[in-house]
Structure formats: C-alpha cells, structure tokens
Design a protein around this ligand. Structure first.
Ligand SMILES: *Cc1c(COP(=O)(O)O)cnc(C)c1O
Length: 365
C-alpha cells in the first residue's frame, strides 16, 4: 500500500470522561476512532480518523454470518512525566497480519498502521488515565463487509481502531485467580484457528467458561484437542508454572495463541538468568509436582492483567492450592517489572516501550 494521508474529522461534542475509579473494562470509548476500507482491486484506502460512532451495515454483511474477522488487543500508558507510551506495538501488528493470513483477509502495512495508531492516540491523549494501574486499551479489528450470503472470502473489509480507558485491573493489589482445567470442551484444535485472534475462538469458549463459573472458578485452563492431556492456555492468557525453581510454559504449537506478554515474560526471565523452559506439559505432571510439594507458583500472562497469579487449580475431582493462594515472589517481580517498563517507571533495557511524540504529531496536523 502506498503511504496515504490520514484525514481527521474532530468531534464537535466531546464526551464526559469518567473518574479513574469508575472505569469498567471495555464499556466507555474515547472521542475518536481510526477507520480504513479495503476493496478488491483498490486495496486499503481512505484512512481516516473520525468521531467514535455507530456503523451502518446491511443485515447480509458477511461478518454477521461466517465470522470472517480478526482483532488485536494492546495498551497505551501515560508516564508520571506525561509521556505517552505503547508496549511493543509492532508485535501486535505483526500478529494482526498473521491472523489476516489465516482468515483470508488482505494484509495491512504494519508501519502505516502504527503511524495511524500514534496519530489516533495523540488526538485522544487526554483519554489516557494516569492513576496507578490504569491504561488506555486499544482494540484494532477488521470485519468482512460485503452484503453477500455465499461462503467465500469477502471482497470488501473495514479496519477500525477504537480505544477504551481502563481502570486498575487489581484494585487491592495482585490477587490470585482460580482456574478450572476443562476436560470436555476444547478451545482450538491443530489446524484450526487457535493461533489467531478471531472472535469465533471466544464464542467457542463461552460454554466451558459458564460451567467453570458454576463450579466457583473464574477462568478455564484449556487442554490440547487431540489427547485432552497437555496444557494449552487460559482463554485470554498464556500460562506459566514455577516448579522446583524452574519456570515452564507450554511450547507454542498449532493451537496456542502466541501472546506478546508471554514472549516478554520469557525474555525477561532469561535476562534475569531464571531457568525457563518451553515444552509440552501434561496436567498430570502439574499435579504430580503439586503432590511432591514442588509446584511453587502459577501465573497467567496477557495484555489485560499483565501477570495474573493462579491460587487455585481444579481438575476433575482434584484441587491444588498454589502458594497458599497468595501471590508468589516471582509473579510479583514480573508484574512490577513489566508494568514498570510499560509505564516508563523503570528503565527499559529491551527497547519495548515506544513513545508517541504527541506534540510533534499534533503540530503537523
Ligand atoms: C490475546 C490472547 C492472549 C494474550 O496475548 P497478549 O498478546 O499477551 O495479550 C492469550 N490467549 C488468547 C486466546 C488471546 O486471545
């Protein structure tokens, strides 16, 4: 795609912003959104920033029927000094194209998309909350637009980026969650769409989530679809275990979503010299380690919670209470370091934090 001018239409009725302690994840949206269209033969075109607003779609729009869509999830942070920071955004756009590839959606120019995102974030910079633990959640997504009921890849798409201010995920400090190992339903199978961020994976996961909640657990831990034996991930988080001083996490395969927080966690552990191994892990092994008193910590990784300690693990009729249902030392250190880098509170030795030069971008407008 050739580099294109991004037109901007400012809102004439800015919305009221909620105080940080009243922010609920994904309920309120900023004043503006980024939009771009695709048409076969024309490519991606008409990139624009416009007021956040409803869409008009035909009931026959392909997205409603055959779910050809993808999304991403990332965050912007405001540092104490007022700097606006993104966390490894190029990794999200790389993954967006990986998702596009699998779902037969045309590729997007990653560099251009990052430029567009920076412009949108600069324009809505006042929406980034700055209280401890808060951030601006960013949701890029693409949907199939053609008004057509035939099953085939669409010829028209729309890409949008919307943003939502979010409050602190942990209001009373890091809190362990309980997870239930699902052994009937599966989230994703080899050859399926597990490695891509597409809505259908979530639709398929709701039933098991509902059943886990009925049993008193907050989330589901998925096993592999072939043998129902090997640990995959937690729906919107990847999973790690600390066993006998060593950190293990399931090796990426054909059904696990490659999380950017997962990758950052592995890189950080290696940097610290903590042994970390990516391998196939059976749920049996985890309970054996627990019985032997060697399961020291468990935690999930994902953009929303960053690090989410696991205090309780249920599987069939078994229950493991991990680290007395308290946040472990390593989980806490990872959380503090990752969020420290994300918010510019501590030095970033990796170049993960990307500053949005708000003044420069707005001056050029
Ligand atoms: C987004 C997501 C994750 C976490 O990925 P991050 O890039 O770390 O946010 C894990 N599992 C699934 C199924 C996801 O959709």
């Amino acid at each position: 795609m050739k580099s294109q001018e991004i037109s901007v239409t400012y809102t004439t009725s800015p919305k009221q912003k909620l105080p940080a302690d009243q922010l609920v994840f994904g309920r309120t949206f900023t004043d503006h959104m980024f939009v771009m269209d695709y048409k076969k033969g024309e490519g991606w075109h008409n990139p624009r920033i416009i007021p956040y607003q409803p869409l008009t779609l035909e009931p026959s729009a392909m997205i409603f029927h055959y779910a050809q869509s993808i999304f991403e999830g990332m965050k912007a942070y405001k540092s104490k000094e007022g700097k606006v920071l993104l966390f490894r955004p190029e990794k999200n756009f790389e993954r967006l194209n990986h998702s596009n590839e699998r779902m037969c959606i045309p590729r997007v120019d990653e560099g251009f998309l990052l430029e567009a995102l920076k412009k949108l974030v600069a324009i809505d910079k006042d929406w980034i909350p700055s209280a401890e633990g808060t951030s601006l959640y960013i949701r890029p997504f693409i949907i199939a637009m053609d008004p057509y009921l035939g099953v085939s890849p669409a010829k028209e798409y729309r890409l949008m980026i919307m943003m939502s201010p979010v409050g602190a995920y942990y209001k009373e400090g890091l809190n362990p969650v309980s997870i239930y190992v699902e052994d009937t339903y599966v989230r994703a199978a080899p050859g399926g769409t597990g490695t891509v961020k597409t809505g259908g994976n979530y639709a398929a996961s709701l039933k098991a989530q509902e059943l886990a909640e009925e049993k008193g657990y907050s989330q589901v831990l998925w096993l592999d679809a072939r043998e129902n034996k090997y640990i995959e991930e937690v729906g919107s988080m990847n999973i790690f275990f600390k066993i006998d001083g060593e950190v293990v996490t399931p090796k990426l395969n054909e059904s696990i979503l490659p999380g950017i927080t997962r990758r950052s966690t592995i890189e950080l552990l290696k940097y610290w010299g903590v042994p970390v191994i990516e391998k196939r892990i059976s749920v049996e092994e985890i309970f054996e380690a627990y019985d032997a008193g060697k399961l020291e910590e468990a935690f999930g990784t994902g953009t929303a919670a960053v690090i989410s300690p696991v205090g309780k693990l249920g599987w069939k009729d078994r229950v493991a209470i991990i680290n007395d249902n308290k946040t472990g030392e390593l989980s806490k250190k990872l959380y503090d370091t990752l969020t420290g880098i994300q918010t510019g509170k501590i030095e970033d030795p990796f170049g993960w934090s990307v500053e949005v030069n708000v003044d420069e971008i707005l001056a050029a407008e």
